[in-house]
Design a binder for this molecule. Structure first.
Ligand code: PLP
Length: 385
């Protein structure tokens, strides 16, 4: 039990049409890959959904007024970010929004930049919109990943239009500091780059530091920023498809809306109900979740770095995703290797980082421990064969 919430409870997810668990149906593989957690959503969300289902009429929905209010207050309280209701654009998914952004701004053949390694939809969205993608490697400084603003600036050409930023960062787990973001924002301003800041993991900060929304750095950068957020990762409701963009600049907003109109569907009634309950009623649950995830992060960090020679990970500042370097083991196919060892991980090559794997520790500690033991066992066998 963590502050009255039971994150240790193991819930059977096999045969529940779960993407995460279905992948290994019929096989003894613990899925620690795609980013959803094995916890039940908070009770207040379950009750809100029950109430909505009891009503029994599922027509087209509009955003509840209270939700807009809650969101405006949330941004003010958490980030001293004063937003207007009109800046909010509701969307069924952040990946949709990444694609809409790529399509809305610039012309065919223009460039979209992003830092790598990166969550794969950042790489697929530009070409799907006939844009090219240019990736800039994250650097290493003081034992952690950093954005190199000089390198970003050097890579900008006359065709560069958009920077897709991921903060907190999937997969490396960084919560970028204000000064790092300021340097990136300066470069965007100097070169007329639109900043699309995916902040879906902003409520999953584990290291106690602040999350800084890029749009809060100043009015000039706010005027060229599209911020993407959602309750989906934090409250474990990604299957309910409710997320939002915050776009201050009315021209950018108009272009964005025009591009998705008629293609991207509206939010459904259950998504709104869950989102409202999440943001209005579930802060104690979120705090307890953060405590629990911190414990899992510490376990994974110690286990990977101390008990498994050949593997290494950094501390995770935010997200429930550990980014593990397997390169010293020289594995030809790390994903397959660990699957054969009974653990399903995400393959680094999909994030443009061969030799890395991503481990999702958003699960009961007992499940994580079995997963880590299996990883240890697989690596130990490699050494003895
Ligand atoms: C950075 C990032 N953006 C977007 C998503 C997915 O968002 P959605 O399910 O709303 O499309 C994820 C899911 O893991 C993510 O990590």
């Amino acid at each position: 039990m963590s502050n009255g919430f039971d994150f240790d409870r193991v819930i059977e997810r096999r045969n529940t049409d779960s993407l995460k668990w279905h992948k290994y149906e019929g096989r003894d593989v613990i899925p620690l890959w795609v980013a959803d957690m094995d916890f039940q959503a908070p009770q207040a969300i379950l009750e809100a959904l029950h109430r909505r289902v009891e009503h029994g009429v599922f027509g087209y929905a509009v955003p509840p007024e209270e939700l807009t209010q809650v969101l405006v207050e949330r941004m003010a309280e958490k980030y001293r970010w004063v937003i207007k209701p009109s800046w909010i654009v509701w969307l069924p998914g952040v990946v949709s929004a990444l694609n809409v952004v790529c399509r809305a701004f610039g012309d065919d053949g223009d460039e979209v930049l992003t830092f790598r390694p990166i969550y794969p939809p950042f790489l697929s969205a530009p070409p799907l919109s006939r844009r090219s993608v240019k990736t800039i490697p994250l650097g290493r400084k003081g034992g952690s990943y950093v954005m190199d603003a000089d390198r970003f600036e050097q890579e900008i050409t006359a065709r560069s239009r958009i920077l897709l930023l991921c903060n907190p960062h999937n997969p490396v787990g960084r919560r970028f500091e204000r000064r790092e973001l300021e340097r990136i924002a300066e470069v965007c301003l100097a070169h007329d780059i639109i900043l699309c800041s995916d902040e879906i993991h902003c409520d999953l900060v584990l290291d106690g530091g602040p999350h800084t929304p890029a749009a809060t750095l100043g009015p000039e950068i706010s005027a060229r920023t599209i911020t993407l957020m959602a309750p989906s990762k934090t409250f474990n409701i990604p299957g309910l498809s409710c997320s939002f963009a915050i776009i201050e600049n009315p021209d950018l907003r108009r272009r964005f809306n025009k591009t998705h109109s008629g293609i991207v569907p509206w939010i459904n009634a259950l998504g709104y109900a869950a989102c409202l309950a999440a943001y209005r009623d579930c802060e104690p649950w979120r705090q307890a979740l953060i405590d629990y995830l911190r414990g899992n992060e510490q376990l994974a960090y110690r286990f990977i770095n101390e008990e498994i020679p050949g593997l290494a990970m950094d501390h995770v500042q935010a997200t429930y995703l550990a980014w593990i370097d397997t390169r010293p083991l020289g594995l030809a196919n790390p994903e397959r290797f660990f699957e054969l060892g009974g653990v399903g991980l995400s393959d680094g090559k999909d994030f443009l980082a061969e030799g890395f794997v991503r481990l999702n520790f958003g699960c009961p500690r007992a499940t994580l421990l079995v997963g880590l033991e299996r990883i240890k066992h697989a690596v130990a066998n490699l050494r003895t064969t």
